[in-house]
Design a protein around this ligand. Structure first.
Ligand SMILES: O=c1nc[nH]c2c1ncn2[C@H]1C[C@H](O)[C@@H](COP(=O)(O)OP(=O)(O)OP(=O)(O)O)O1
Ligand SMILES: [Mg+2]
Length: 197
């Protein structure tokens, strides 16, 4: 069976990539399968830079093709924050609940029509001795006033999808994988599938 290494330890991402790649008959491995590998420091100032850093660092260590995902939530009323700081918005411990509570607090009093936001996903595909490829996807939504829903991960419980009338965390994983920023970036990657194998 074909297999691809994703340079992440984020269980929410790994679950989604496992489902998205399974549709193509490809098995996903991740850095959770290699506990000795240290976290890659995200020193870039954009999603693209950080996705590249993660993919290229791990690709060099394994000398094989590696996919990395750098993603986050950009809120208009917060001038695009948390953006590239999404994972560590409330501190270096990377706590999803503390992060979304911080966003809700900062959004207190902002009316619905000004609560627009988007998820952004950059996939970097690092290939030994080749230029790294970049694929992007976004998903539009509104920030709720309180968390709703149990599915997904990260900021999903406060991200409301207007035409579904539900938060991302109220969607099933199948539904999320049809509309998410990650699914859209994956679709672009899949149009260039032959670079992977
Ligand atoms: O579909 C999503 N639904 C909800 N929240 C999401 C989603 N996609 C990204 N996010 C949030 C989670 C985290 O706060 C940040 C990603 O940060 P990001 O640095 O890319 O990932 P990470 O540090 O958790 O794992 P890693 O870098 O090892 O892949 O954006
Ligand atoms: Mg990260």
């Amino acid at each position: 069976m074909k297999e691809i290494l994703i340079a992440t330890k984020n269980k929410g991402k790994i679950k989604e990539f496992s489902d998205l790649f399974a549709e193509k008959g490809i098995k996903v491995s991740s850095l959770l399968d290699f506990p000795g590998i240290e976290d890659v420091e995200e020193t870039g100032s954009t999603f693209i830079e950080n996705a590249k850093i993660k993919a290229e660092t791990i690709s060099k260590q394994f000398n094989k093709i590696v996919v990395a995902d750098d993603s986050g939530l950009c809120v208009d009323a917060l001038q695009g924050r948390p953006g590239v700081f999404s994972a560590r918005y409330a501190g270096e411990t990377k706590n999803d609940e503390a992060n979304l509570e911080k966003v809700l607090m900062e959004m207190e009093g902002v009316p619905f029509e000004k609560r627009t936001a988007r998820f952004h996903c950059v996939l970097a595909v690092a290939i030994p001795n080749e230029e790294t490829r970049i694929y992007e996807g976004t998903c539009e939504g509104h920030i709720t006033e309180k968390p709703e829903g149990e599915n997904g991960f990260g900021y999903d419980p406060i991200f409301y999808i207007l035409d579904r009338e539900q938060t991302m965390a109220q969607l099933s994983s199948e539904e999320k994988n049809k509309i998410s920023h990650r699914a859209k970036a994956m679709k672009k990657l899949s149009e260039n599938w032959k670079i992977l194998f």
